[in-house]
Design a protein around this ligand. Structure first.
Ligand SMILES: Nc1nc2c(ncn2[C@@H]2O[C@H](COP(=O)(O)OP(=O)(O)OP(=O)(O)O)[C@@H](O)[C@H]2O)c(=O)[nH]1
Ligand SMILES: [Mg+2]
Length: 467
């Protein structure tokens, strides 16, 4: 297998939120990881409103839009978003009930199918596909109005992929409008996590992006934790203005809207709740248009928005079924593979030796030089196995990605405890590295598929598990 990679030599750094290390510059990813992703080849293992503007194909959209995804309704292209049968469409039109129509794709998504709507999924770029799919640029265009309006923005970040899903240059999108920062899927963080500490950690990440939100919240659309607090804060802040729920694809915007709407209604009696709410699904690119909800009695609209599709996220390389498999079903539990010291002991190599760790055949972390007390904890989908071997050479052949890149990072150790997390954009989870040593240095080499960003960041404050 051919490998092409660029080795970046990072200077010695001490990690804080102002120098989160982006290991790889953004590049366009071109290859699929397909189902080989989970089979690491390492064998040396020890362990609308108004349908604004998208013309989905050459056919003419009809009046109205799907309440699930916002796509303009159409009766001609069954494979495209917005499709409903002519009979159904005519019946609803006669009864003036077009607002109660949901398209076939949304029905399938609600039933758990993974039906792409956006042309940024691996292998979906044939001419036929492009006729029925929307481009990421078309989605982004719809958000342009936010910065022109006087509005309130609620920016969502997926806590399991906080580095990859946190939009950069948020002000370009929202202008001078006030913004609330909301970390989603808090129910999936490890048991015993102190949410206040995580909120502070998220705020430091925001500061590093020069974003100062009015307030930061952590929420779960599953358990409803934190939703009432956001709803209340938004209600107080908005003073008649529209509210836009924004963020990158799949962070949980529609799930949040579904959940938050009833809370807002409790606080501010709504005028026209039809009960037809945006659809949420595991498929990135579910929402395709701005979806307006007449939530507020005192004027103004709550908008669910299409996600921003970031090219550096892993989902673009995965078949949709794999993306679904990666979503954690419950709280993340750490997996602690043997430490470099334990591996060296087993192999009778002395006190410690350089080690390569593989994560689901997607990510490789080389511990090149580290104190003997160094250990790793993998938080992520259970489908991703962790294996290890004595340090491998500089080829990416051991990863499933046809082309993987590596980068070196050297960290100065300032105290015993968590040192840093390694995270890969789009992957729900991270690898926590800790040592028990005060002083010294840790040299890492991180490998990830070409085009996918990897980060070495300050550790997410979750309970520490030490063997
Ligand atoms: N466990 C858990 N899952 C969530 C939560 N919020 C969203 N999800 C899941 O995350 C996936 C994406 O949710 P959506 O609400 O469709 O995400 P979105 O940001 O609207 O996505 P796009 O419309 O594609 O941009 C779905 O499988 C949701 O069920 C949450 O708080 N907890
Ligand atoms: Mg959505």
């Amino acid at each position: 297998m051919q490998s092409s990679f660029t080795r970046l030599h990072a200077p010695i750094i001490f990690l804080n939120h102002s120098n989160i290390c982006r290991l790889f510059p953004q590049r366009t990813a071109s290859q699929s990881l397909r189902s080989r992703v989970f089979d690491s080849r390492c064998t040396a293992s020890t362990s609308s409103p108004d349908a604004v503007g998208i013309e989905l194909s050459e056919h003419t959209p009809r009046r109205g839009s799907c309440y699930g995804c916002g796509a303009a309704l159409q009766t001609e292209e069954a494979a495209a978003p917005g499709y409903v049968s002519v009979e159904k469409y005519e019946e609803k039109r006669r009864h003036r009930q077009l607002g109660t129509l949901v398209c076939r794709r949304c029905q399938d998504l609600s039933n758990g199918a993974m039906v792409p709507g956006v042309a940024d999924v691996w292998g979906r770029d044939s001419e036929e596909d492009l006729k029925v799919l929307v481009s990421p640029e078309q989605l982004r265009t719809q958000l342009a109005r936010v910065r022109e309006e006087r509005a309130v923005a609620v920016l969502l970040v997926d806590l399991l992929d906080a580095s990859g899903s946190f939009l950069s240059r948020v002000r370009d999108l929202i202008g001078k409008n006030p913004v609330f920062l909301v970390g989603t899927k808090v129910d999936l963080l490890p048991k015993g996590t102190n949410t206040e500490e995580v909120a502070q950690w998220l705020e430091r990440s925001a500061a590093q992006k020069r974003l100062s939100p009015i307030a930061t919240f952590l929420v779960s659309s599953r358990t409803r934790e934190g939703i009432a607090q956001v709803a209340k804060a938004v209600r107080i802040e908005r003073r008649g203005r529209d509210v836009y729920i924004m963020g990158s694809a799949n962070v949980g915007k529609s799930a949040f809207v579904r959940c938050a709407e009833c809370q807002i209604i409790v606080l501010e009696p709504a005028i026209g709740i039809a009960g037809h709410l945006p659809v949420e699904s595991a498929m990135p690119g579910t929402t395709l248009q701005l979806i307006a909800l007449n939530t507020f009695e005192a004027g103004g609209t709550l908008f669910d928005t299409p996600g921003v599709h970031l090219q550096h996220r892993l989902q673009h390389l995965l078949e949709p079924a794999l993306t679904k498999q990666l979503l954690p079903k419950g709280k993340l539990k750490p997996f602690l593979p043997p430490s470099p010291q334990e591996l060296a002991f087993q192999a009778q190599l002395g006190t410690s030796s350089p080690t390569s760790y593989f994560w689901g055949g997607l990510v490789r972390i080389d511990i090149v030089d580290a104190p003997v007390s160094t250990s790793l904890a993998f938080y992520g989908p259970r489908t991703m196995r962790v294996t290890s071997s004595p340090l491998l050479d500089d080829s990416s052949d051991h990863l499933s990605a046809v082309s993987a890149k590596s980068a070196d990072v050297t960290l100065n150790l300032s105290g015993a405890g968590p040192v840093a997390d390694v995270a890969v954009s789009g992957l729900p989870g991270w690898v926590a590295i800790r040592t028990e040593q005060n002083g010294g240095r840790l040299v890492l080499r991180v490998w990830a598929p070409a085009g996918i960003e990897a980060y070495v960041r300050p550790p997410l404050p979750v309970p520490q598990i030490v063997k």
